[in-house]
Design a protein around this ligand. Structure first.
Ligand code: GLU
Length: 471
């Protein structure tokens, strides 16, 4: 069987983590099988769909690198096709026109509720012989089977059965002539030859209706897999309150797409006790039956842990491409400083996010305006003058400028003065970075560069002199 899956978001908001996970699972399932993946924008809800949301979905898919083989299809561009199918169903008798007024339907609903029944259409027009003129307002309803049940074997949840009596005759075309959501999905899945529908569990109730329509059309019924919800760490449905936002916010917050993908694949799916999955691993191992039936809870700490892992284990050149975006956001000009891949190597260990990394790499490229007050108070004291002058003299003569030679200069200064490395290293650190924390001094000074380091040491010496003068 040809495997073909789709991701079919409604463009009413961002691509949030739940949607991204569904997209990932659909994508992985098709990629695992060497199949195809379709992107379909379900924009039939004209009031709630926006171009902004479409752009955000595409941006999210692109950022996550989930590529599609077909699409994006837009349902609003396929209304003629849906209507042609509906017209055909009217001829076949698998659909019928319903002229019931709102007043009648409201009264029906009230009566049913008063009797403790579930509100449902009573089939008034199903077999009505009344004649109507063409321009009389009406909807078109699907003639749902009245007997028996719909059973499907959910690829994640196992067999699910709905009695046909639970399903009333669904409106498939509104009075204004617009086909309805469930119907468009059916025609699309049919036309696009979708073999596996992988979607959120909030669509389970739509599935029996869609299957009945597919059967009435003589269309093949795909396999279904309904993925459970994602919960916040408080056990409630994940929402904005938990900081759940569009996937692009994760980029803005400094996450690597690889880390988010790894996080999302494990959020509800497992392969033994493996935690780290490259994209190739995911494609190799992904199966639907290893998806968890129960809901999963979002855990930001784990995502951070994975991000830290990827920052330090992916090729630094690749991480640097993502870091470049953050650095640019901060307006840091990197032309006259170390390559960003070196920043990744220098700061990777101490940063959980690329945002943090971008924020802490500024001193490699720009002179800072002030020393960190605490660090300066502690380390740029009169006693630091001699070690700073001595190390400056050594740094000034280094050739070639390498981290090893910088190391020897610091070590040599400490040895000559008979003091510990810290007595030289700490004032030097504050002098060249402005702060009390940084990666190792040799690599840091090396990356900042010779001329710039010397200038900054001079500035620190001037600061100390001023302090000395003030007593
Ligand atoms: N458009 C639906 C949604 O965004 C998905 C429908 C489907 O996958 O069948 O929730």
């Amino acid at each position: 069987m040809k495997i073909k899956t789709r991701f079919a978001p409604s463009p009413t908001g961002y691509l949030h983590v739940g949607g991204a996970r569904t997209a990932l699972y659909s994508w992985l399932f098709s990629r695992h099988a060497g199949g195809e993946f379709v992107l379909r924008i379900e924009d039939t809800d004209l009031e709630r769909s926006t171009q902004e949301a479409i752009d955000a979905i595409m941006a999210g898919m692109n950022w996550l690198n989930l590529d599609w083989d077909e699409g994006p299809y837009f349902q609003t561009k396929r209304f003629d096709r849906y209507n042609a199918v509906i017209d055909d169903m009217l001829v076949q008798g698998t659909a019928y026109r319903c002229y019931c007024s709102k007043v009648r339907l409201d009264a029906l609903r009230e009566k049913q509720m008063a009797n403790g029944e579930k509100p449902r259409y009573d089939g008034h027009c199903r077999d009505s012989q009344c004649s109507h003129t063409d321009d009389e307002p009406h909807v078109v309803r699907f003639r749902n089977p009245q007997e028996g049940s719909v059973i499907f074997d959910d690829n994640i949840r196992g067999p699910i059965e709905f009695s046909n009596q639970e399903l009333d005759d669904l409106i498939i075309r509104r009075t204004d002539g617009a086909p309805t959501y469930n119907f468009c999905v059916v025609v699309d899945d049919w036309d696009m030859e979708i073999s596996h529908v992988i979607r959120g569990e909030d669509h389970i109730n739509n599935t029996p209706r869609q299957i009945n329509i597919l059967k009435a059309l003589g269309a093949p019924v795909p396999e279904y897999a309904h993925v459970s919800m994602i919960l916040g760490d408080d056990g409630k449905k994940l929402s904005k309150r938990h900081g759940a936002v569009g996937v692009m916010q994760y980029r803005d917050d400094g996450y690597l797409p690889q880390a988010l993908l790894n996080y999302l694949v494990r959020l509800g799916w497992s392969h033994g006790d493996q935690e780290i999955f490259s994209l190739d691993d995911m494609k190799t191992f992904f199966t639907l039956d290893a998806i968890n039936k129960s809901a999963s809870a979002f855990n930001t700490e784990k995502l951070q842990w994975l991000n830290h892992h990827y920052i330090n284990h992916m090729p630094a050149e690749e991480v640097a491409v993502h870091l470049a975006w953050h650095v640019e956001q901060l307006g840091i000009e990197t032309r006259n400083g170390p390559e960003l891949k070196d920043i990744v190597k220098l700061l990777g260990e101490r940063c959980k996010t690329l945002k943090e990394m971008a924020e802490s790499c500024r001193y490699f490229y720009e002179d800072f305006h002030q020393f960190d007050a605490d660090a300066a108070k502690k380390y740029l004291r009169p006693v630091a003058r001699q070690p700073l002058e001595a190390v400056r003299a050594k740094l000034a003569t280094i050739s070639p400028w390498t981290p090893e030679n910088v190391h020897h200069a610091i070590q040599g200064t400490a040895d000559e003065l008979g003091v510990g490395m810290g007595k030289v290293g700490m004032p030097l650190r504050v002098a060249v970075t402005g702060a009390g924390q940084s990666p190792g001094m040799d690599v840091t000074v090396y990356a900042i560069g010779q001329a710039r380091s010397l200038q900054r040491i001079d500035r620190a010496l001037a600061y100390i002199a001023e302090r000395e003068a003030q007593g």
